[in-house]
Design a protein around this ligand. Sequence first.
Ligand SMILES: [Zn+2]
Ligand SMILES: [Zn+2]
Length: 183
Amino acid sequence: MQIILQPVLFQLGERFTSTLVKVLSKEFNSSVSSASLITEIPVQLFDKQRNQWKSNEILQWLLDKRRPNRATTKILAICDFDAYSNHLNFVFGEAYLDGSISAIYLSRLRQEFYVLKADEYLFYQRIVKEAVHELGHAFGMNHCRNTSCVMHFSNSLSDTDIKESQFCNVCKGIIGNLHPWQQ
Ligand SMILES: [Zn+2]
Ligand SMILES: [Zn+2]
């Protein structure tokens, strides 16, 4: 499988991109590359009343725009804005389960969003965790009950901060069976 990082309205720095590439290629045993920045999104995908983007529609738009090969490719959009989905007030990310499109939304991963002092290290750690989590869904993984597993559901940032950026042993076994890459 190949993973493509798709920056949207935000360019991750080179150093952090290489960290992310390293983590993702190890966790998913896949090759990871970066697509060129998307600088514009159709305004219809924005909810003016809520002042948030519509995550469902962002995923659908990316799918239509990129048309990735489902058998070989997973796209992770890295979006520097806030989004919501269905009944959820906001989402840190969303993915089509066992599909080829996933996205993470960075606004709420920054300390500044909560009027706290900026912390770049924490911000990047959160991005890595959310990236592995959403790609996990794209690779067919469901949520895990283990609070330190990356597939644990994050209802709030403290859930994200508690968990690790890796799959627990149970999830490692599951993803290994879904995608038997040792052949
Ligand atoms: Zn999830
Ligand atoms: Zn797990």
